[in-house]
Write a protein that binds this ligand. Structure first.
Ligand code: UDP
Ligand code: MG
Length: 339
């Protein structure tokens, strides 16, 4: 542990004014206990409409090792996380939810695994205390489908609660696609990965921002960004129905030739037309999903816009100086002490 002994906790928050003040002391306690790590916190306000930003500023004023970043509007969690990761100066990062569902008490375990040489330590939810049965079941189905369809390894029951080593962070920052499915992007990076099982807690305060519809869109995003298998399904569906249709046509012609066409055949005709129309619409819809994403990607807009960036108030030497220098800078300001 020489060159990368800095650790930044990145927390994205959208309307978490009640939860943040409860979470903050727990984070500070953990960082303080990690004696040989230069701990920092970075709060990202994802365009909250409540007092989240004011709360963050209060916390930053109390604690010089807290940096705060505010985006120009609500961009969604995936983009807010990306912004947070972009603004980490150097060292490793741990991503946590603002609502206390990812227990900060696990931070020492993450750090221990990092020190054993792992680059991506991801928390795996063994129990989900805060989630109802519908969320558990749909999540389970989603991870199974995802695992089948995608060639990128995406571990089941893994959220964004994880530690990234400096090189994993650097790799992740290179992925600038607009359709951001973070779980998949983490998997794409690879390196030395290890799971850390934990018990997912119930929210400490506030409400979940992910309703059923948002989760459905999230699942669509995940599948279409990491797999083209649905397009292949469309092809097979087309092939299958076309073969069936040819066989049926041959039979109809043969029957007419042998016995004459005595029946008008309206029901079969309608059935075939409706069926083929349906299949074509499904295939078109699938192609449309990918085309739409291609269009979003082609626009090359920035991923997010920053409203305010307030770095940590600790005298920091330029990133990636020698370890000795950084140690010196660390010893000037202890946790909980305003310089
Ligand atoms: N979040 C965010 N932007 C959003 C929605 C959510 O930054 O647009 C944050 C939220 O504040 C929380 C985390 O993402 O810290 C997880 O959200 P939530 O707890 O609502 O999701 P759940 O745990 O219910 O899946
Ligand atoms: Mg939550």
């Amino acid at each position: 542990m020489t060159a990368h002994d800095r650790l930044t906790l990145v927390i994205t928050a959208y309307n978490e004014q009640e939860a943040l003040p409860l979470l903050h002391p727990r984070l500070c306690a953990q960082l303080r206990a990690l004696a040989d790590v230069d701990g920092r916190i970075l709060y990202v306000d994802d365009g909250s409409s409540d007092a989240t930003w004011q709360v963050m500023q209060t916390l930053a004023a109390q604690e010089p090792r807290v940096a705060v970043l505010r985006l120009s509007r609500n961009f969604g969690k995936e983009v807010a996380l990306t912004a947070g990761l972009d603004f980490v100066e150097d060292g490793a990062v741990i991503l946590l939810d603002a609502d206390g569902q990812d227990p900060p008490e696990l931070i020492p375990d993450f750090v221990a695994l990092w020190r054993q040489g792992h680059d991506d330590v991801y928390g795996v939810r063994e129990e989900r205390d805060g989630d109802g049965w519908l969320k558990r079941v749909t999540a389970a189905v989603f991870y199974r489908v995802m695992g089948r369809l995608s060639k990128t390894p995406i571990p089941a029951d893994t959220g964004d609660f994880r530690l990234l080593s400096p090189r994993a962070l650097a790799a992740l920052r290179q992925l600038r696609e607009r359709q951001r499915f973070m779980k998949g992007l983490f998997g794409w990076v690879g390196y030395n990965r290890v799971a850390l099982p934990y018990r997912r807690q119930a929210r400490v305060a506030g409400r979940s921002k992910f309703g059923f519809w948002k989760l459905w869109n999230f699942a669509l995003e995940g599948i279409t960004s990491f797999s083209t298998a649905p397009l292949r399904v469309a092809t097979y569906l087309g092939l299958f129905t076309a073969t069936g249709a040819f066989a049926f046509a041959a039979w109809v012609v043969a029957k007419a030739a042998l016995y004459g066409d005595r029946v008008a055949g309206w029901p079969t005709m309608m059935a075939v037309i409706l069926f083929l129309g349906g299949v074509q619409l499904i295939a078109l819809g699938l192609i449309g999903e990918y085309l739409g994403r291609l269009y979003m990607e082609a626009k090359q807009r920035p991923l997010y816009l920053v409203d305010t960036w307030q770095p940590a108030n600790v005298a920091v030497s330029a990133p990636s100086t020698s370890a000795g220098e950084r140690r010196a800078d660390r010893s000037t300001v202890a946790w909980g002490q305003v310089p």
